[in-house]
Design a protein around this ligand. Structure first.
Ligand SMILES: NC(=O)c1ccc[n+]([C@@H]2O[C@H](COP(=O)([O-])OP(=O)(O)OC[C@H]3O[C@@H](n4cnc5c(N)ncnc54)[C@H](O)[C@@H]3O)[C@@H](O)[C@H]2O)c1
Length: 267
């Protein structure tokens, strides 16, 4: 179904965010904003999107943002609204992996703070500014076989993790940051039920991105073990996660709200 409005993808310089932003461009979004801490990769991705975009007057921008800093997030969202007049779909995908493996009693609190600031407070900041920017927008409508229905003023999709719903040993910093992010998403969805703004979450399992590759390169034998442990015998491609995010943004998901959609091949 049509996803032809304005998309903002945070963490669009790499991995799941990059594939999601390109998917929006390829499937007809009229504008896509690529935001990332790394402006160079966001800019390259934004440039690439021009060659695959299908909307006639497609527009794109790249924005530097640090999700740990609310002022930076506020200026990102304001830039999108100022440039394109509206924000229809926001995807929050910026994140950091576990930096070291440690049992709970040995957790390094500097790492704990870094992951909390990025994966948890980052989601909080993005949701705060996106809700402010989106909740009072004019709702959009679609015509279905059973009549006309509202699809609300927009849709926000947060990328947490399978680690937001299940524990992994020696990964407290990451797991805690993702469980907490999931709590924020649930509260925000509940609070916004009367605005029509849909707020959901995808919880991917292992996905073949630079984040995962960096971890696998350090332990080459682990890759095959992970593949064998997956019900479908392999890890996800980032575009398989992007497809699900695109669905949640679309009118096809107009009655899906506050949901945690696990994408893990059936783990
Ligand atoms: N790859 C996986 O196996 C996997 C599994 C489950 C969940 N996830 C989650 O998916 C999301 C995307 O991960 P990925 O695998 O695509 O990783 P990635 O490293 O390929 O991409 C993450 C992007 O986030 C950006 N980023 C990091 N800190 C930032 C900050 N402070 N402000 C703005 N941008 C920042 C990075 O520059 C990078 O471009 C993350 O939240 C991650 O936790 C990944």
């Amino acid at each position: 179904m049509d996803v032809n409005g304005v998309a903002l993808v945070v963490g669009a310089g790499s991995g799941i965010g990059l594939e999601t932003a390109l998917t929006f461009a390829e499937r007809g979004a009229r504008a896509v904003a690529f935001a990332d801490l790394a402006l160079d990769t966001a800019s390259a991705a934004s440039e690439k999107s021009k060659s695959i975009a299908t909307a006639k007057d497609y527009e794109t921008i790249a924005i530097a943002v640090d999700v740990r800093d609310r002022a930076s997030v506020k200026s990102m969202v304001e830039e999108v609204k100022k440039r394109f007049g509206r924000l229809d779909y926001a995807v929050n995908s910026a994140g950091l992996p576990r930096q070291t493996s440690a049992k709970t009693q040995d957790v390094d609190e500097t790492e704990y703070d870094l992951l909390h600031d990025t994966n948890t407070r980052g989601i909080l900041h993005c949701l705060q500014e996106e809700i402010i920017a989106m909740k009072d927008q004019e709702p959009l409508y679609v015509e279905g076989r059973s009549g006309r229905r509202s699809v609300g003023p927009g849709s926000i999709i947060n990328v947490t993790s399978l680690s937001a719903v299940t524990a992994t040993a020696e990964s407290v910093t990451y797991v805690a940051s993702k469980f907490a992010a999931r709590g924020i998403v649930k509260c925000a969805a509940l609070e916004n039920r009367h605005t029509g703004l849909r707020i959901n979450e995808v919880c991917p399992g292992f996905t073949d991105t630079p984040m995962l590759r960096r971890g696998l390169d350090a332990q080459p034998d682990i890759g095959e073990i992970i593949n064998r442990s997956m019900p479908l015998g392999r890890i996800a491609m980032p575009e398989e996660v992007a497809n699900v995010i695109h669905f949640l943004a679309s009118p096809g998901a107009s009655f899906v709200n506050g949901h945690s959609l696990v994408i893990d091949s059936g783990v």
